[in-house]
Design a binder for this molecule. Sequence first.
Ligand code: FES
Length: 205
Amino acid sequence: MQADERTQWVPAAVSTDILDGTVVPAALPTGPIAVWRTASGELHANGDRCPHRGMRLSHGFVRGNSLSCIYHGWRYGRDGGCEHIPAHPGLEPPKSINCGPLPVAEANGVVWVAAQAPEEAPAEIEGFEALKSMLFCATPAAIAEAAGGALKTELGGTPAHLVTAERTPSETFVVALVPTGTDVASKLAAATALEALRRVTESAT
Ligand code: FES
């Protein structure tokens, strides 16, 4: 990954898919990440690897303002620092134990994460909100081609923007944005069209 790519916002999840007090797996080009919300709804992201023995932190659980590893229960705070080691309850964990907090932001109902702090907030597409995310086994260029030549398109008759992030050379994470206030029937039609677009794109590659 180039240095300037490290400071680019990458779409990682749909905001509403991460409920308060939960953690989900996601990915950056640099590798797997865990995205989680505190019980009060504050959003955080960090590497998806416990510094103890490498268990995925996205398999863990959130209590209050902390994320705990499912394996031996090491507990990490909002700054990524280890707060508590159940096997050594009297020990203050060394500051060097840290699961690597990442810059995170929300725009258009999308969770954006970067490997290093970008200078600006994620660019907002005015008047649009996230509908649904999907993983395509295709490149962003192939998706744009199948969508009619651009990522600004329509889905089931509804105007749409496709926000993409290449996760591997053959896999792209896609979030479909539709106009804010789109009615339920149109959202359902757009979601169905997104699935159809995935099938068409994948069959062409
Ligand atoms: S691997 Fe996470 S606490 Fe042991």
